[in-house]
Design a protein around this ligand. Structure first.
Ligand code: FAD
Length: 405
């Protein structure tokens, strides 16, 4: 007998592994096969399944095990694209922010940010840009940007240094963006895609691509628990393997006799978690330019405070990257310049480290995408500095972008 369901409590997504593996073994020809169960691959799978395509997705580890659980967890409306003058991307990011906040209010909420200012030009400089951001957002705006005096700034950020590295605290700017739970959002995407009919299997790695007459027609996959192998046929293959995307791309190039260049230039980002007493507030603090020009966030998260992040080139593609001592030192040192109580190594409750799948400049990429092949390298998007988002997708691979776009 089928379990009863209602609009508000749909049937649970099928998760019995044996059933999933049996389905994977069926001789089927999918419309779309996706490699990688991070934000990019899951988003692609959900979108395609919702449009009625038959979809299979394989993830070598657990869903969101890669970069998609290691973000700063901010739903950017594209404020940093504004500085680059990329208005259309700001509009798109704002649209996506609205959709996410509306569709998943249990996983994504508005968050107010305060930028303390110590130099006379900082508040007007950043404030005017943020007012433009408000104007572009229109109805999608989450709250107006406000110029704050010194007392108001201290009210929102009670432990911010009143005498900072660049002089006395003058005031600040408050603006709105969003915050989301990256790992849980990924799981929600997976569950929704499954409900739309997609077959998603974790702990099942894509081990190679299948070609027929020079055309990509599917992939080889292997169950990481049993070692059992599968040939999965599909009209289109999307490589959404994040920073690991190049492995299959290069293999693909060899198989068809076309030299492929690596697309990804991984960049490591570290976050540390400290007690909320270091910044006891529901507002996030943003330092737009630290001593070495990076952005520093101090963000409230699950009753604690997240400090980060870094931007360090890293090419070993570690599955569990560890922070470099200099990165942790940098975060502690910069935090100490802006917080009245300096966090020390002993105050660190936990650390997470992620690899941004930054896309290399286009000239190093293959010039002619081939029909019916999509490699999405998920990298979400990213552009420097910080965790900005620049997107680049060809028919082979899609990387770039953040979790939320
Ligand atoms: C420090 C940091 C801070 C960030 N902050 C933000 C933020 O605040 N907001 C935001 O929106 N974005 C942010 N991002 C960016 C965002 O996290 C990424 O853009 C996004 O997670 C990339 O998702 P992805 O699916 O492309 O990659 P991943 O999440 O890495 O997914 C790729 C998946 O492919 C799997 N895989 C690899 N090889 C295979 C294979 N052969 N077979 C099967 N599966 C395979 C991996 O196991 C992995 O799960 C941040 C990133 C970092 C590093």
């Amino acid at each position: 007998m089928q379990p009863m369901t209602t609009e508000s409590s749909p049937a649970p997504a099928p998760t019995r592994r044996k059933e999933l593996i049996d389905r994977l073994a069926e001789p089927r020809h999918y419309d779309l096969a996706v490699i990688g169960g991070g934000a990019t691959g899951l988003g692609v799978a959900l979108d395609a399944a919702a449009r009625g395509f038959s979809v299979v997705l394989v993830e070598s580890h657990d869903f969101a095990k890669g970069t998609s659980s290691r973000a700063t967890k901010l739903v950017h409306g594209g404020v940093r694209y504004l500085a680059q003058g990329n208005i259309s991307l700001v509009r798109e990011a704002l649209r996506e922010r609205t959709t996410l906040l509306a569709n998943a209010p249990h996983l994504a909420q508005p968050l107010a940010f305060v930028m303390p200012s110590y130099k006379f030009w900082e508040a007007p400089f950043y404030g005017v840009g943020l007012k433009m951001y408000d104007a572009l957002a229109g109805k999608a705006g989450l709250g107006p940007t406000e110029f704050l005096n010194r007392t108001e700034t201290l009210g929102y950020l009670p432990t911010v240094q009143s005498q900072g590295p660049n002089g006395r605290l003058r005031g600040g700017v408050k603006y709105w963006d969003g915050q989301f739970d990256d790992a849980r959002l990924a799981l929600a995407l997976a569950r929704t895609a499954a409900r739309q009919g997609a077959l998603l299997v974790n702990y099942c790695a894509a081990t190679g691509l299948i070609h027929e007459n020079g055309k990509l027609v599917g992939l080889h996959a292997q169950d990481q628990e049993t070692g059992r192998s599968f040939d999965i046929k599909a009209k289109c293959v999307v490589n959404a393997a994040g920073v690991w995307v190049d492995q299959l791309r290069l293999q693909d190039g060899q198989a068809i006799g076309r030299e492929a260049q690596p697309m990804v230039a991984p960049s490591q980002g570290v976050h540390i978690v400290v007690d909320r007493s270091f910044l006891p507030t529901d507002h996030a603090m943003l330092i737009p330019k630290t001593a070495d020009g990076r952005v520093l966030f101090a963000v409230p998260w699950l009753g604690k405070t997240i400090l980060g992040t870094t931007d360090t080139p890293r090419h070993d593609l570690a599955r569990e990257p560890l922070p470099f001592k200099e990165e942790v030192d940098f975060i502690l040192r910069e935090s100490a310049r802006y917080l009245t109580r300096a966090p020390r190594p002993a105050d660190i409750k936990s650390i997470w480290v992620g690899l941004r799948p930054l896309v290399k400049p286009p000239m190093t990429m293959p010039a002619t995408p081939r029909r019916c092949r999509a490699n999405t390298h998920g990298a979400g998007q990213q552009k420097r500095p910080g965790d900005g988002h620049g997107r680049q997708v060809d028919h082979l691979s899609g990387h770039g972008g953040g979790c939320t776009q």
